[in-house]
Ligand binder design. Sequence first.
Ligand SMILES: C[S@@+](CC[C@H](N)C(=O)[O-])C[C@H]1O[C@@H](n2cnc3c(N)ncnc32)[C@H](O)[C@@H]1O
Length: 202
Amino acid sequence: MNYNFIAPYYHSLSKFIFLNRQHQAHFLILKHLKKGDKILWVGGGAGKFIPELEKLNLNLEIDYIDFSSRMIDLAKKERTLKLKINFIVADIFDFETDKKYDVVISSFLFDHFDQDKAEKLFLQLNEYMKSKGIWFYIDFNQNQEDWQRIVTNLMFVFFRVVINLEINQLPKMRDFFESYFEIVEQKFFFKKYIESIVYKKI
Ligand SMILES: C[S@@+](CC[C@H](N)C(=O)[O-])C[C@H]1O[C@@H](n2cnc3c(N)ncnc32)[C@H](O)[C@@H]1O
């Protein structure tokens, strides 16, 4: 699986297909961030949301991980003065740290993995979080209407060709999250196709 080929076009494509709702779904987190928060941002992609965090002026410290070097190159172009961002090109499954983060951000990340891998990733990231930490999760709603299932299947076909995506079903993360986290706030977008959830570690 590799995003390097599609990296320069990904954001425009997402804007066009989902009428910018994937990007808009990120804004929910802004009011939940606190001064000096340490953030682990996984699969951040081209970094189009970085300027919104910069505007907060909260001296956030971010470990920004993506396994696509081209995505990281694009994200680095977002100029920041008040954020301390450590850009890391790595597969998150190989990323090890002793740090404990206040916040984890994963947007449209879990939709790349089968159930086993998604659960493994959940447990790994949960381990890196402080108690009472915030996990900001955005992804496609797992309970889909017929038209949404059709779009999801078309996306699977497209991404199978473009990035060599291997799954044909979205992982079901909701129950898993709810055994470890409580929902602080949630919002749906694109006729409930996209969910944006602020979870707090119990
Ligand atoms: C669908 S894009 C979403 C990008 C961004 N989060 C957004 O919402 O615009 C998924 C991103 O996750 C990255 N990614 C997927 N699997 C990954 C992994 N195992 N480790 C690190 N990054 C990964 C991809 O390279 C890509 O940039």
